[in-house]
Every structure is written in structure tokens, then in C-alpha cells.
Design a protein around this ligand. Structure first.
Ligand code: ASP
Length: 325
């Protein structure tokens, strides 16, 4: 018997600390996280599906320039925005993903269209954009994604020759070098994601990202890779990840949590902790995950200073946090 429906979201992990984040920025993040958890709860409260709840939550995160996905995405080395997203339905194991897209306003909607279409799982670049257009998904000029803050973060990363800056690590980078808010080279990761359990006992997961500041053009991280940055299976868990993508791919992080539950008999909490706090650090993987199971248990471990995160069971007030508690 499933527990109360629930949604959990993240807005990226990294080196954000209370001293680096201004109190007004902190309030902006917490207010946004709260509203987005509430939007997901409202869908689940009406009997909506976990898939719809995670899609809506990730769309809202993509539309919010505070987060590194959709509007507010970070820049590649050559100053482009190349976006990645994935979504998975735990009831059917159907999945959809897009990578390297620069004109789809909400990449998660394109991923969902790939899932719904059912013939392919993963489309990239121009083919993904053509597929999105053919399926009635909004395309935008690439300058839609421009934000001064992310551009300044790229300039700061270029100035110090720092490749692959995690979005929320760049806060420290920005403060040191250009006196603007968010993104850090060693510490600040971006990416957004959501996992949900609905009243029918179904799980779903969704992840969307602009990737890493100053990433090599064409680079794809873990976020759109099913089993690495996103995974859902009604028999085990739903997981969305954020962190240093290369290590999350090598660790097959989201599926590893599922496998530890399925084959090793670990609880959700034990499996999530093992992967994020034990296995990932051994390969220099930095970041965190949000994970839930079909019983409504929740785990949100991260091995960075902070992770923007929130969750809410239907009927309860959302709980949101940034730093370690
Ligand atoms: N995992 C994302 C990537 O490597 C970045 C992040 O989560 O901040 O593209």
C-alpha cells in the first residue's frame, strides 16, 4: 500500500555556503523551491500522475533563471547554451531524453514527447529540435537563454582557465572575480530535477540542465542519460542527480541506487548514502541526488556544501533547504 503521494525537487548542488549567498538571494531560492514543490503537490492532490508532477516541476525550474536549466542555463566554452534533459516513467520503464539542444524553451517537454512517442529514447541536437517542433513544442531564439549572470560566470571561468565549472560552485568564482552572484568552479553544480510518487503508486523522475560552465562544446553530462542522472522504476526507486556529470556517468549513479535496493536489499536511505557518500567520492564525484521509493520514503544525500532542495507530501507544507542540516 503506497504512502501519501509526494514530490521532491532539486536545483543543483555545489559549494554554496551561507557566507557566499546573499540573504536576498537565499530568500529567492527558498521561495522558488517552495512554490515549485507546492505546484507539484497540487497536481498529485488532484490524482494527477507522477509523470505530470515531475514534468510541471521541472518546467517551472527551467523557466526560473535562478537555476541552471532552460532560462538561466550556463554557457559552453564558445558562449553557447547546450541543454540536456531526461524523463522516466517508473510504471512502464518508458523514457525520453534530449541532449545538446539550443532552441527548445523547455527541454523537459521535448524529452516527454520522446517518451510519449515511444519509438526512440534519446535524440540529440538538430534532430531533437526538429522532433520537438514537429510535436508542437515551443522553439526560441538562442538569445532567450542569455542571462548576464551566467555570461559573467563564463567570463570568470575563462579568465582563470577553469573548465567545467559546476553552476553553484561559480558563486564563489563570481564573487572572487566579478562580484556577481552564483556559479563556482570547484564547488558549484547546477541542474534541476524532480521525483514523484502518485496516488496510484507510480514513480517518475525528471532531470534538466545547462551542464557545466565553460564545458567543451558538444559535451554531454549525466543528466540526460537514463541510469546516470535520471531513473525511475516502480519496483525500486525514482532518482534525479546533480553533480560532476562525468563521474556520475562512470558511476551509473541513479541505476546504482536502484540496483542496491533491488539486488542487495538495501533500504532507500542506505543505498542513496552508499552511492553519494561512499562510492562517488572514490572517483572524485561531487554532487547529490534526490531519491524516493514506492513506499514514500525519501533520501536527499549530497557530498557538497549545499544542494537546493525541497519536498512535500500531499497535505503537508513544503519543506525546503539549501545547506547541510
Ligand atoms: N550533472 C550536470 C552535468 O554534468 C551538472 C550539474 O548537475 O550541475 O552536466
Amino acid at each position: 500500500m503506497a504512502k501519501k503521494p509526494l514530490i521532491a525537487i532539486h536545483g543543483g548542488a555545489g559549494t554554496m555556503t551561507q557566507s557566499l549567498l546573499s540573504s536576498s538571494k537565499e530568500t529567492d531560492y527558498l521561495t522558488s523551491l517552495n512554490a515549485i514543490v507546492a505546484a507539484g503537490q497540487a497536481i498529485l492532490a488532484k490524482g494527477g500522475s507522477a509523470l505530470d508532477a515531475v514534468t510541471t516541476a521541472v518546467c517551472l525550474l527551467e523557466d526560473n533563471p535562478l537555476f541552471n536549466a532552460g532560462k538561466g542555463a550556463v554557457f559552453t566554452h564558445s558562449g553557447k547554451n547546450e541543454l540536456d534533459a531526461a524523463i522516466m516513467d517508473g510504471a512502464t520503464l518508458n523514457a525520453g531524453a534530449v541532449a545538446g539542444v539550443s532552441h527548445i524553451r523547455n527541454p523537459i517537454l521535448a524529452a516527454k514527447a520522446v517518451l510519449n512517442h515511444g519509438k526512440q529514447v534519446f535524440l540529440i541536437g538538430k534532430g531533437a529540435e526538429a522532433f520537438a517542433a514537429a510535436n508542437g513544442i515551443e522553439l526560441v531564439d538562442s538569445d532567450y537563454f542569455f542571462t548576464q549572470e551566467r555570461y559573467d560566470q563564463l567570463q570568470a571561468a575563462l579568465a582563470i582557465g577553469q573548465e567545467n565549472v559546476l553552476d553553484h560552485d561559480s558563486q564563489s568564482l563570481s564573487l572572487n572575480h566579478i562580484n556577481s552572484d552564483p556559479i563556482d568552479p570547484k564547488n558549484k553544480l547546477g541542474t534541476v530535477g524532480a521525483v514523484a510518487l502518485d496516488a496510484h503508486g507510480n514513480l517518475a523522475a525528471a532531470t534538466s540542465t545547462g551542464g557545466l560552465t565553460n564545458k567543451v562544446d558538444g559535451r554531454v553530462g549525466d543528466s540526460p542519460i537514463i541510469g546516470a542522472g535520471c531513473y525511475a522504476n516502480n519496483n525500486t526507486v525514482a532518482v534525479s542527480a546533480t553533480g560532476t556529470g562525468e563521474m556520475f556517468i562512470r558511476g551509473v549513479v541513479a541505476y546504482d541506487v536502484s540496483a542496491l535496493v533491488e539486488y542487495a536489499g538495501l533500504s532507500l536511505e542506505q543505498a542513496a548514502h552508499r552511492v553519494v557518500m561512499d562510492k562517488l567520492p572514490k572517483i572524485n564525484g561531487r554532487g547529490g541526488i534526490i531519491a524516493i521509493d514506492h513506499l514514500g520514503n525519501i533520501a536527499m544525500p549530497f557530498n557538497t556544501e549545499g544542494m537546493y532542495r525541497g519536498f512535500g507530501y500531499v497535505g503537508d507544507a513544503p519543506k525546503v533547504a539549501i545547506y547541510k542540516t
